[in-house]
Design a protein around this ligand. Structure first.
Ligand SMILES: [Zn+2]
Length: 344
């Protein structure tokens, strides 16, 4: 089985470089619409701004859906302070210390972009001495220093920056010679790349999946309501989302991580067992894990009353929701398992 990993890397890096904090995903969704279309895959829209590409299968009566989310963590301007700096409100599960010193882009309502950096209100050791080390990093103690000449609230307002503007973080995306991918938002853009890697494999090899399959790009997963507007005949929902690497977890950066349970619900046993059996039969490195503080498009959809069978797999990612890392062979193992799932 030849997987075009060069393509997977390219599409991943490209979408990592299109900011898409949850609530402002239009640009990345439009880019991915083009990607489906370039493969002659029919695209449908949901009212909420998500899209899905559909590949017809041998059986059109029972359909499958595979999701990956393009929305990421981010922030929104909450307040313009009297010194012209910005107070932020988080979008998604952020630990503020993970953002200290990070460059950001502020996008105004008219689409103008400004850069800045997230800093604690007391950043300079020379000025504030030990308080810099001891101060907790919270929404209250972190602010944005804008890269423009601003000293007052009026200066900032004159730039066109206002409450409600979206803020995205630099991703610092790097693929090392050893195959590691380092970036913010590997969650879940690596999985979006996996999803397109699967589509490309099916198209390049002229393979029809057993069942009609919808490839869903969700746009509000980080807020817990990524999947809606599922086509009626969908019976199975497979979410592609990160496996969490760390103490007490089995996930690693090289395997496909099959989630048995997250903090909302166990996943369907039969579905999970089938994925394990497919991985074993095809000699694909896999790990089964229980994620501690976690929900996916699949677990959250069923919590919202969607009647589908559900499972979740993904690449193992270190330092999730921080400066994340995984390995390229983890992506390849995911693609292989999904192809087995769709064709066996
Ligand atoms: Zn995710």
């Amino acid at each position: 089985m030849f997987i075009d990993m060069k393509y997977v890397k390219e599409i991943m890096l490209e979408i990592l470089n299109i900011p898409s904090p949850a609530g402002d995903t239009f640009e990345s969704i439009e880019r991915l619409r083009k990607e489906f279309e370039s493969m002659d895959i029919k695209v449908s829209d949901t009212n909420k701004g998500a899209i899905f590409g559909t590949i017809k299968g041998e059986n059109n009566e029972k359909q499958k859906m595979i999701t990956a989310h393009v929305d990421t963590l981010g922030a929104m301007v909450k307040e313009i302070k009297s010194n012209g700096r910005l107070k932020l409100s988080n979008i998604g599960g952020i630990a503020w210390n993970s953002l200290e010193g990070e460059n950001i882009v502020i996008k105004t309502i008219r689409g103008k972009k400004y850069t800045g950096v997230i800093l604690p209100t007391k950043a300079s050791l020379h000025v504030h001495s030990d308080e810099v080390r001891e101060m907790p990093r919270t929404e209250e103690t972190m602010e944005v220093r804008i890269d423009e000449v601003v000293y007052t609230k009026e200066d900032t307002l004159k730039l066109g920056i206002g409450v409600g503007d979206f803020v995205s973080f630099y991703t610092r995306s790097i693929i090392t010679e050893s195959g590691y991918i380092k970036s913010r938002h590997i969650d879940d853009k690596a999985c979006v790349a996996v999803l397109f890697g699967v589509c490309k494999y099916l198209k390049d090899n002229n393979i029809k999946p057993k069942f009609t399959t919808h490839f869903f790009i969700s746009n509000y997963e980080e807020l817990g309501h990524g999947v809606s507007g599922i086509p009626e005949k969908t019976t199975e929902l497979l979410a592609l989302d990160i496996g969490t690497v760390g103490e007490g977890h089995t996930s690693d950066e090289h395997s496909v991580c099959i989630c048995a349970k997250d903090s909302r619900t166990p996943y369907d046993f039969g579905f999970r067992k089938k994925l394990v059996e497919l991985a074993e039969a095809a000699n694909i490195n896999y790990k089964v894990d229980v994620h501690y503080r976690y929900g996916s498009d699949a677990s959250l959809a069923v919590m919202q009353g969607v009647d589908v069978n559900f499972a979740c797999i993904g690449p193992g990612v270190d330092a999730t929701h921080h400066y994340e890392r995984t390995h390229i062979n983890s992506l390849e193992n995911n693609i292989k398992l999904i192809i087995e799932y769709l064709t066996k």
